[in-house]
Design a protein around this ligand. Structure first.
Ligand SMILES: *Cc1c(COP(=O)(O)O)cnc(C)c1O
Length: 493
């Protein structure tokens, strides 16, 4: 299996190189040249395997340059009950008739990012060995909150790596900030940026493609890589849980083998839903992929009209991990749909110059065949948290609540009764203020009083990692201008 770039389809590299580089030199994203297929027998057989076994089986189709032993080492090191609160790694909860919540937040940072970022350091360090690179890898991360902590937790004290995380100063929850700024590890650095998530992400992208800074790093025996979902090593692990979930639903008699399901995903950078699209293209029977956005509804408009227009006000919401106007992984989807690097260069050139592009009719037809989309504001998000709690005694976080609301709208509008899996991306403990305001109209000031209150209402066990934050010291306090990110990186590596 070879990988190519969305902006240069003549390129051929293997997966270890794609994972080490993170992003292609000309700014494109790495994608597998073809999408491997899975038979229904294979999918069904996964039900009798452990999660690390399922992961190794699915990775073996994408990471063909890895040996079976290397894949087992990576999946067993990442997905175990030391890192995850449940031996099954993910949990499936039946919410209401034919609607399931796939809980992806039982990892160390209580958000679904752990599903990929617990394994990425193993994939990356194994890749480095395979291609005989003995440079120190500097991981740069732009985060809207959850990626940063999950990447820090994954890379802390991993030999041969260091990690630097940039987050928007006022764009993350108090708990997320506390999680990041108290991070342990000798190879970690965390810094706030005076701006929003797009400022952080654009700053990091600019550094990745800056020849001058790359040369300076090379002189010091270092190189950059990325832990953002632009890295293929982030995306591939996310394909696994959709297939794994399907096999469990079959095994538990909830669906018949071959029966189509819908998948609803609360979406920001388009990574998680793109992984579901890959699963579909591999052969998972998926009817609609339902893309749920908050008030930053650029994807809702794009998927329904084919026009991507980021010229709109950026809204800070109670689902901050979805506060994004430029969804990077969309580039991969459009490349898969067109196979045309010239079109990608044209559209994404327009996006960076004018903030807008429109895809052609053939792509629009594919988008509406595979996707449905919707959005909801903060008020509706809170009303959904309350409604689901009152009706089903189930406590949603703010991101998953957006997905539930959009799915309810979809179901009402279409009458589609296909069984549906809703990706649940965070624990309600992580977004305590908004969850408590939704449930009780108010929230205590103190972060840990919120934790106790959510515990009392939800009955969910308090995650050990959040409980430990009570007594942790803040290590990182800096905030810099977007324009100073490059200088900061050179100073701190
Ligand atoms: C990152 C994140 C999302 C958005 O996922 P994408 O892959 O960026 O679309 C949704 N919910 C939570 C809690 C997240 O951390």
């Amino acid at each position: 299996m070879y990988y190519t770039s969305t902006r240069d389809s003549s390129l051929r590299i293997d997966s270890a190189q794609a994972i080490v580089k993170g992003i292609s030199d000309e700014g494109g994203l790495f994608v597998p040249v073809e999408i491997p297929s899975l038979s229904m027998d294979e999918i069904v057989s996964y039900a009798d395997m452990t999660y690390p076994e399922r992961a190794a089986a699915i990775f073996s189709k994408y990471l063909t340059d890895f040996t079976a032993a290397e894949l087992r080492y990576c999946t067993e090191s990442a997905y175990n009950d030391k890192a995850f609160a449940t031996a099954s790694i993910t949990e499936i909860s039946h919410l209401f008739d034919g609607t399931y919540v796939l809980e992806l937040w039982h990892g160390p940072t209580c958000a679904f990012k752990d599903m990929a970022l617990q394994i990425l350091p193993y994939l990356l360090t194994t890749s480095l060995k395979k291609i005989n690179v003995d440079k120190k890898v500097v991981i740069l991360v732009a985060t809207s909150g959850d990626t940063g902590k999950a990447a820090l937790e994954g890379f802390a004290d991993v030999e041969g790596t260091s990690i630097m995380v940039f987050y928007p100063e006022d764009g993350v929850s108090a708990m997320q900030k506390k999680q990041m700024t108290t991070q342990d590890g000798d190879n970690v650095c965390v810094c706030a940026v005076k701006g929003n998530f797009d400022d952080c992400q654009n700053g990091v992208k600019a550094i990745f493609t800056d020849e001058d800074i790359k040369a300076q790093l090379a002189e010091r025996g270092m190189m950059f890589s990325s832990a953002n979902s632009i890295n293929w090593g982030r995306l591939a692990p996310q394909i696994i849980y959709y297939i794994s979930c399907y096999s469990e639903l079959v095994k538990n008699g909830e669906i018949k083998a071959g029966e189509p399901i819908n998948i609803t995903v609360p979406t920001g950078n388009f990574g998680n839903i793109l992984a579901a699209y890959y699963a579909k293209r591999m052969g998972l029977p998926v009817n609609k992929l339902i893309c749920a956005s908050n008030a930053n509804n650029v994807l809702t408009d794009f998927l329904t009209t084919g026009v991507y227009d980021r010229n709109r006000t950026f809204v800070t919401t109670i689902s901050p991990s979805m506060d994004i106007l430029i969804s990077s992984n969309l580039e991969r989807l459009l490349y898969i749909m067109t196979g045309d690097d010239a079109k990608i260069r044209e559209w994404f050139g327009k996006l960076s110059k004018e903030g807008r592009y429109e895809v052609d009719e053939a792509v629009k037809a594919q988008l509406s065949a595979d996707f449905a989309a919707g959005c909801c504001d903060d008020e509706r998000t809170k009303a959904t948290i309350k409604e689901i709690y009152d009706k089903y005694s189930y406590t949603l976080d703010t991101h998953t609540a957006v997905a539930v609301a959009v799915y309810e709208d979809y179901r009402k509008a279409t009458g589609d009764k296909t069984r549906t899996v809703i990706a649940s991306t965070a624990s309600p403990y992580k977004f305590g203020t908004a969850v408590l305001e939704a449930l009780e109209g108010k929230a205590p000031e103190d972060e840990f009083e919120k934790v106790d209150r959510i515990n009392a209402l939800s009955g969910y066990e308090i995650p050990a990692s959040l409980a430990a934050l009570r007594t942790k010291k803040i290590r990182f306090t800096g905030a810099i201008d977007r324009a100073d990110m490059k200088e900061f990186v050179l100073k701190e590596v």
